[in-house]
Write a protein that binds this ligand. Structure first.
Ligand code: IPM
Ligand code: MG
Length: 371
């Protein structure tokens, strides 16, 4: 029995999560697996009602589960950043999910490139540091002190920034930070994952030609880790990488990226594979509680229309199964999606006619046919 905490979230989140759960329940009908789902209303609605984001009590409750299944967070009625940082990032950081794994296989025939080129990329995005630490602030009149704090499982750091400019202007800071132990454990995970799929080459992204303080530490650790593991590595600047992913995605298999650039290239890559509607992600803590979600957001304007593509969320459920040690069932879900597509069932974003619930039904039907 797997205990699954379900956070449908905002916008179209509940609709896509419902399809994911439908697919997981279909597995329990055919295979020896059981899920115990419990829903949490950690979302914009609750925030607007009570002012609460992720509370200490939420964290205590969630800790009792084997895994977390998340829809999407984000609502137009709330200022950008409040829910994203207060819920999504708070969960990623709070559960120390230091890896964000985003597979990007080409989904034929939906690939958006004009050329016929085959690829299957796994992106591993560092998930707790970089320019995402939320350390920053504003000073006015050129003078001010910012007392910052970054709290993670590995450390609790205080940073004081004492700024004094000769021009009395407003200044805003956003500080990026990386720590050796975190990058080391992240690199270890990526190297192990590359081993699992028999890949010897890792492409490591950064912008070391400009942000050379933060990314020289990153490079140093990657160089050392790959040398010890006998892995080949190539560094790529993120600007060149965006080009390369459109031009020659087939040249890449395993990509490791800092948090911020990972955010950007995984949207780009999702589009190249067929669209954001097909892209899942796993926020992984190898020794703790991981969290699975679609890469796309809450798309409020499509809420309640039964037209959004649930496949990204269904594939997030597949990643969840893999992570729970049931790769056999993860494969059944993946094959189910493939079969539904091959039968011509797909949603509007892919040029099809299927409604959200019909897409889920088609995957369920394919799963039922396996037994
Ligand atoms: C993602 C999203 C989030 C991120 C936002 C909503 C905070 O864009 O999961 O890629 O930047 O990580
Ligand atoms: Mg993103």
């Amino acid at each position: 029995m797997f205990k699954v905490a379900v956070l449908p979230g905002d916008g179209i989140g509940p609709e896509v999560v419902a399809e994911g759960i439908k697919v997981l329940n279909a597995l329990s009908e055919n295979y020896s697996v059981k899920f115990d789902f419990k829903e949490f209303d950690i979302n914009a609605e609750r925030y607007l009602r009570t002012g609460e984001l992720v509370t200490a009590n939420d964290m205590d409750q969630l800790r009792k589960f084997d895994t977390i299944f998340l829809g999407a967070i984000g609502d137009d009625r709330v200022k950008p950043g409040v829910l994203e940082k207060g819920i999504l990032l708070a969960l990623r950081f709070g559960f120390d999910q230091y890896i964000n794994h985003r597979p990007a296989p080409l989904w034929k025939p939906f690939g958006r490139l004009k050329r016929d080129v085959d690829f299957n990329i796994d992106v591993f995005r560092e998930n707790t540091e970089d320019y995402y630490i939320g350390a920053g602030g504003r000073i006015s009149n050129g003078k001010g002190v910012l007392d910052l704090r970054v709290k993670r499982e590995l450390y609790d750091m205080r940073v004081r920034l004492d700024a004094n400019a000769d021009a009395a202007d407003d200044y805003a800071f956003e500080i990026g930070m990386m720590s050796r132990k975190n990058i080391e454990r992240f690199a270890d995970f990526v190297i192990n994952s590359a081993n699992d799929i028999g890949e010897n080459y890792i492409t490591v992204i950064d912008k070391a030609n400009v942000c050379s303080n933060i990314y020289s530490l990153w490079r140093e650790i990657w160089t050392d880790k790959c040398r010890r593991a006998g892995k080949e590595l190539g560094f790529m600047y993120v600007d060149a990488m965006t080009m390369a992913l459109v031009k020659n995605p087939d040249k890449f298999r395993v990509i490791a990226t800092p948090n911020m650039f990972g955010d950007i290239i995984t949207d780009l890559l999702a589009e190249v594979t067929g669209g954001l509607g097909l892209a899942p992600g796993g926020n992984i803590n190898p020794k703790g509680i991981s969290m699975f979600e679609p890469v796309h957001g809450s798309a409020p304007k499509y809420k309640g229309m039964d037209r959004i593509n649930p496949v990204a969320t269904i594939l997030a459920a597949k990643m969840m199964l893999d992570n729970l040690g049931r790769r056999d069932l993860g494969q059944v879900v993946f094959d189910g999606v493939r079969e539904a597509f091959d039968k011509g069932v797909y949603t509007q974003d892919l040029g099809g006619k299927a409604k959200t619930h019909e897409m889920g039904d088609a995957v369920v039907a394919a799963i039922h046919r396996t037994k």
